[in-house]
Write a protein that binds this ligand. Structure first.
Ligand code: FDA
Length: 502
């Protein structure tokens, strides 16, 4: 038997994991949360917890000698990335050949690094993607609950129309409307009251000081301030940081035993231990959860896991692109890092696109309109276990991006035509106009209703649950964390009622 034991263990501390931890704690279940990253609550020598996006230091990225920002160059110059010391920084870029995936590392997972856009998917598309989930329950109960718990709020529209900090959004909106495209306001978890006080010079700046991607020192309601704070307040939940789960096996008598490596800030493993639990909740994200389950199945530790584990991965159709504006269409040297508008062309019968109007806060006027397009891409990738490296490899090749690039091209060609503008060629390396080699939105790998039952119970392994983005089959049409959170709320409610009451 393992030295440490808890009735429940949650792996990871992102959206799905945070919901699981809170609801288990409230149900009175003693729960250990294991997170491979740091707890981000201690200021560095500069008095700040996180570093700035345009001045990255060791805190920016997960054990790197150099930062790997999504925009690699400006005017073809290598001015964006910096040399850094290896350290358990907050953002990771996991490279799988043709596709790289950005993920957050630390207590709060992706909530530490993301843009905070809190979008509820269209109900018709949600039902298309997850037909077995009762949409009425989701839209009446679990989406509202998720939004309330996450602290979702809206920008004040009068302020939006007048502030210099959102000039970039207004310019892109004008251009979209000129092309006959509709735009929508998008809620966020960044506190917009705080942002207005930043603009008024009353409080320390964060979104208005270029902070995003490597963490926000103020204003953002990341999970450590919402779900995870509430989970700790139940007195039933503890979080162990710098603790990476390596292996899962069955325990005699029905539970699970985890092999956990605890590392120091140099990355050296300082302790390897085993933790036993009655019930195990996987919230390590699409990449983390899928790798752990694939390894367990393929090494024979949990041979009964379903063959669908590893299947059904998608990048939510992510493509980034940028347009060059006319000299009179200034986007402003001052830009808020929190996006609040999207171009909504999801009704397009050929090329549905939802494009986030993204900020590019460089502290100077650059006339660039940047976008993260979410497209409907039917292609799916699969993870395979590679015994030589004891890791999961993603099978995804560049040609699988074609539907996404075609859709993005169709929309932005239309925008360029209507405004007599052109693309920017200098931002993504190799004179590329469409950055289709990375994603912010990894989804799938342990798909709901295939690798698991309809509530995330892993098939073939009683007491083992999947709670994160790996449940969503590769696409959701909007930025995904509200969906991941709401789905976790729905599933945890059922699991606690049915499985834990017994
Ligand atoms: P998530 O990835 O959040 O958490 C997994 C956690 O598990 C991590 O903390 C990781 O360190 C940990 N872990 C992994 N393996 C482990 C192991 N073996 N042992 C222990 N711990 C382990 N979405 C959105 O809706 N709006 C937005 O604006 C944005 N913007 C955005 C920007 C950027 C830069 C990124 C990278 C992502 C976004 N996203 C986003 C996406 C969003 O952040 C993402 O969908 C969610 O964080 C996924 O939530 P999960 O619960 O699936 O896992």
């Amino acid at each position: 038997p393992a030295a440490d034991r808890a009735p429940a263990v949650v792996i990871g501390s992102g959206y799905g994991a945070a919901v699981a931890a809170l609801r288990l704690g409230q149900a009175g279940v003693r729960t250990i949360v294991l997170e491979m990253g740091r707890l981000w609550d201690t200021p560095g020598p500069d008095g700040k917890i996180f570093c700035r996006t345009i001045e990255p230091d060791q805190r920016s990225m997960w054990f790197r000698n150099r930062t790997e920002a999504p925009l690699s160059t400006f005017l073809w110059l290598d001015v964006v990335n910096r040399r850094i010391d290896p350290y358990p920084g907050v953002l990771d870029r996991v490279a799988y050949g043709d596709m790289s995936v950005y993920v957050g590392r630390g207590v709060g997972g992706g909530s530490l690094v993301n843009g905070g856009m809190a979008v509820t998917p269209r109900r018709d598309y949600f039902s298309e993607v997850l037909p077995q989930v009762d949409a009425a329950g989701m839209y009446e109960t679990y989406f509202p609950r998720a939004r309330r718990m996450l602290g979702v709020n809206d920008v004040d529209q009068a302020w939006f129309e007048s502030t210099e900090w959102y000039r970039f959004s207004r310019v892109s909106r004008k251009h979209a409307h000129r092309a006959g495209l509709g735009t929508v306001f998008v809620p966020n978890v960044y506190d917009f009251d705080y942002m207005r006080r930043e603009a008024a010079g009353e409080v320390p700046k964060s979104a208005l000081a270029g902070e995003v991607l490597y963490g926000n020192n103020h204003g953002k309601r990341s999970l450590d301030k919402t779900y995870l704070a509430d989970a700790l307040a139940t007195g039933k939940v503890t979080i162990e940081t710098m603790s990476r789960v390596r292996a899962i096996r069955r325990e005699a008598g029905g539970g699970y035993v985890l092999t956990v490596e605890r590392s120091d800030d140099t990355g050296r493993v300082v302790e390897t231990k085993e933790i036993g639990c009655g019930r195990l909740f996987l919230g390590a994200g699409s990449l983390g959860t899928t790798e752990l389950l694939l390894r367990a199945r393929e090494t024979g530790a949990l041979p009964d896991l379903h063959p669908e584990v590893g299947q059904g991965w998608g990048h939510n159709g992510n493509v980034m692109t940028a347009r060059a504006n006319h000299l009179w269409d200034t986007v402003g040297a001052r830009q808020s890092t929190m996006p609040v508008l999207g171009i909504d062309d999801w009704n397009n019968p050929v090329h549905p696109v939802f494009a986030e109007i993204a900020p590019l806060p460089m502290g100077l006027e650059h006339w660039i309109s940047l976008y993260l397009a979410i497209t409907k891409n039917p292609e799916r990738g699969a993870f395979v276990y590679d015994a030589a490296t004891d890791s999961a490899k993603l099978n995804w090749n560049r040609s699988q991006n074609e539907p996404s690039v075609d859709a993005a091209r169709s929309l932005f060609d239309r925008l360029n035509r209507a405004n007599s503008t052109i693309y920017r060629y200098d931002l993504f390396g190799g004179n590329r106009v469409f950055a289709d080699d990375f994603t912010y939105h990894p989804l799938g790998g342990c798909v709901l209703g295939r690798a698991t039952d309809g509530y995330g119970r892993a098939k073939g392994c009683p007491g083992l649950y999947v709670v994160d983005g790996s449940l969503v089959p590769g696409s959701i049409g909007v930025n995904p964390f509200v969906t991941i959170t709401a789905l976790a709320e729905r599933n945890m409610e059922r699991i606690i009622q049915q499985d834990l009451a017994a």
